[in-house]
Every structure is written in C-alpha cells, then in structure tokens.
Design a protein around this ligand. Structure first.
Ligand code: DGL
Length: 253
C-alpha cells in the first residue's frame, strides 16, 4: 500500500522517519513543498490552495492514504482536503491534550507557527479541553527557515530562541508541545536553553496511530520516494543528513 506524506518542507520527515521504523512493507511518498515553504506565515486561503495541490500530486501518484505531516496545513485545510478527496487523510495537531493528560493540571507551552496559533482549529481544541488557563502559545516562525537551511545549533538559532523565550516565566511550564514538525530538529538546543524539568511532547505517535487504524495491507519491505514541489529528488544527500539529525535528537524528551 502507498502512503503519501506531505509538508511545506522537510519538517514532515520527522513523521516519516518514525513511520519507517514503525511500519513494514509500505511504499512511502514524501512531498516537500519547498518552493512554497513557509506555510506558517501565509493566509488560510493560500495554505489551503497549496495543500490541495500537494494532495492532488500525491493522489496522481496512486497513494491509498495521505498523512498531512504539517500542523499548519492541517489547521488551515484539513476540512477542505477531506471534502475534496475521497481517500483517508490523516492530519496532525499540536499534542496539547497529551501534554495536559501527561502532566495533569500543569501548564504547557505550545510552540508552533503563527498560522497554527491563530487558527480556529487550535482555539476549538483548547476550548474543548477547557484548557485556556493551562496553555500558553508562542510562535517561532524563524525555526522553519533555519531547519530548511539545515541551521540547527548556530548562535543565530540560540539567540533567536533566547530572545523569544525572554518574557516567559519558563518555570511555570512542565512541558513544551512541539506544534510544528520542523521543530523536532531543535530538541538538543531547546534542551540546552530550557529548564531541565520541561519535557517535550509531539503529535507524531498520535498521527501514526491513526495510520495503524487504517489497516492497510503491506508488502515485505518499505520503499520510499521523495519529491520537492513535484520534482522527484534524485540526490538524497540532504534528506539523509536530515534523517540522521532526526535520529540524533530522537531520544531527547
Ligand atoms: N512543518 C509545518 C508545521 O508542522 C509548518 C512549517 C511552515 O511551513 O511554516 O506546522
């Protein structure tokens, strides 16, 4: 069976990387919309149009299901995508519920893109959980371009993060929700900057649980192909470097 993964860029590799460990015998197609990254500073309409194009591309490749490995695209367009396409489409949302369940009655800090933070989907989720007093949100849009440029632990990144966290009382939080798939690349530098007790939470497992529930048939080995805004990526050097980085930061929680 074929599963398409889609993200504005290479953040969604963090989801694919886990899927490759967890599932056997699927054909994976990864679509990075690198020509249009970032999505997180675009309007809902722009993100929706781009997400529809990305899904069309994957549907034309014959995928059986799509994982929107992007919180921003899910927030802006999951309803439109499910209206438009008949195959299963699994989205990602910031794992606020998991954070609140894991660290009961303690505050969490959500980091995500501006579009996710300002989106109605997140507001609805927080209202549903009755958690507005327990969730603070901080937009970190620059981390997306740092990740795309493979800039992970430079002084620029460190200063950007220190400045962004400056006005928060970090001791208030038990957990940090990584609400953008690009942010997984920065776990080591985040660990260095944040107080030790803060634990990282992401939505990758929750999303992959939904893939499991689809019960798609599989063959003996996984196959994977990568596309960059519709062009198949032939030179996998960058992808391999990014996957190695994700393996390197994987155990940081
Ligand atoms: N990786 C994306 C997410 O999970 C969005 C990054 C962007 O293009 O702004 O939200």
């Amino acid at each position: 069976m074929k599963i398409g993964f889609f993200d504005s860029g290479f953040g969604g590799l963090s989801v694919l990387n886990e899927a490759m460990v967890r599932f056997d015998g699927y054909e994976f197609f990864y679509f990075a919309d690198s020509k249009n990254v970032p999505y997180g500073t675009k309007s809902v309409k722009e993100i929706t149009d781009l997400s529809i194009n990305a899904c069309k591309f994957l549907v034309d490749l014959g995928v059986d299901a799509i994982v929107v490995a992007c919180n921003t695209a899910t927030s802006a367009s999951i309803v439109a995508l499910r209206d438009k396409f008949s195959l299963p489409i699994i989205g990602m949302e910031p794992a606020v519920k998991l954070a609140l369940n894991t660290f009961e009655d303690q505050k969490t800090l959500l980091i995500a893109t501006p579009a996710t933070i300002n989106g109605t989907k997140l507001k609805k989720l927080i209202d549903k959980l009755n958690a507005s007093d327990f969730v603070d949100a901080l937009a970190l849009p620059k981390l997306v371009s740092f990740a795309e440029n493979e800039e992970f632990t430079t002084d620029n990144v460190k200063l950007y993060l220190q400045k962004s966290f400056k006005n928060l009382n970090l001791n208030d939080y038990s957990s940090l929700v990584l609400g953008c798939t690009h942010f997984n690349y920065f776990k080591d530098i985040l660990k260095d900057i944040l107080p030790d007790h803060i634990k990282f939470i992401d939505g990758i497992n929750g999303t992959l649980n939904m893939v499991s529930n689809l019960n798609l048939a599989s063959k003996p080995n996984n196959l994977v192909r990568y596309f960059c805004s519709k062009e198949e990526i032939q030179n996998l050097d960058k992808i391999n470097r990014l996957l190695n980085r994700l393996d390197f930061v994987k155990s940081i929680v």
